[in-house]
Design a protein around this ligand. Sequence first.
Ligand code: ATP
Length: 441
Amino acid sequence: MSDQTLMEKLISLAKRRGFIFPGSEIYGGLAGTFDYGPLGVVLKENVERLWLQMFRDDRDDMYGVDAAILMNSKIWEASGHVSGFSDPLVECEKCKRRFRADHLDGSGKCPECEGKLGDVRQFNMMFKTHAGANEDTSAVVYLRPETAGGIFANFKNVVDSIHPKLPFGIAQIGKAFRNEIAPRDFIFRLRELSQMEVEYFVHPSEWEQAFEGWRKMMHLFAKAIGIPQDSVHELEVAAEDRAHYSKRTIDFEFDYPFGRKELWGLAYRTDFDLSAHEKHSNVELKYLDETAGVKFTPHVIEPSLGVDRTVLAILSSAYREDSMGGEVRTYLALAPKIAPVKAMVSPLLKNKPELVAKAREVRAELKKVHPAIAWDDNGNIGKRYRRQDEIGTPFCVTIDFDTLGETPELKDTVTLRHRDTGEQERLTMPEVAERIRSVIQ
Ligand code: ATP
């Protein structure tokens, strides 16, 4: 299967099965926006929940915030985004299409029509709007281009309310907005995206150790969400390519169907942000080490993970086709932990009330293990299995006459079918519950 075909199939499956829809579709769409549907939203939440668990809740040195998206525009002046958050823009003089100059081949020709390209100019990617009824410059606000701003702006609030001991970090998940010149590649380059970010505050002498710790954590997270380890590559970003605030950056790249591209970033932001905000706000943003009796500006390590790029890495690496029962079968080999549906329960025949009643009982029992246990009694059993395969459900549980005792020694056993191999086992209910529990926890 060519990589282009894979993307087409993935986009089609995502829409057909309720994972991801084009944004504003009934009005012809809006470039750079996508909407998560019933299954996509659960997949996304599972990714976010796992991240919260690993990056915040399982640790004693991490705290959360949920800052407003709209913030005083001075935050973005201090952070350098108003003056410097831009990409090089170039327009074709013939067809008027616009491109990111650094994504072109350098020939000076339009990739679409071969026309001559105009001069490169810097294009600021922040969305600008106005707060309140006045549209003068004093009312200008920006939609945040990264969630980090809301973390730095709350550094003092967290220190004053929680009194954390250094090193400690603040984690946040939320929307960010970037007016990308050329949104593309499905949910890879969006204008409205979600980020999972940590700002980890350390003593300046300890930044390297903290950087290494978070670097390992990102690989552990890649493993936990089930993307293949050999598809994730670290790229040490050269000084001239780093963001203005960074003294060291590692991009975690992923082998997407359209090429190796940035999945996540890990940056050493020094004391750039806290110092800049202290200067612009005139509010002291320092940490007092009470034991040593010294005050200093902590340095910052930032693991920054895009939720949408993570979901795309998961979907594109999980997509599989094989042949089963003489037909092409499509399935998503999702890690059970993040699969939106953990198991589907069905009665072998839907017009046999005793089978249906028993299957309902089994489902209620399994729901105690996890709420995402689906019910399907439509069509024949083979079709039901295929539908679950396509959305990545790891297990299907079928209740038949043997469950009811037609073969006495099989009474109260059910069939457990495995998604990836199609293999089936005969197990008791406690065994099935344990199988499911053991892979989703
Ligand atoms: P790129 O070079 O691809 O534009 P970036 O280096 O500007 O990305 P960062 O500023 O490091 O990205 O943002 C942190 C993370 O947010 C990225 O690693 C990525 O996961 C995500 N992200 C950034 N821009 C987008 C976007 N336009 N659409 C979806 N996710 C994004």
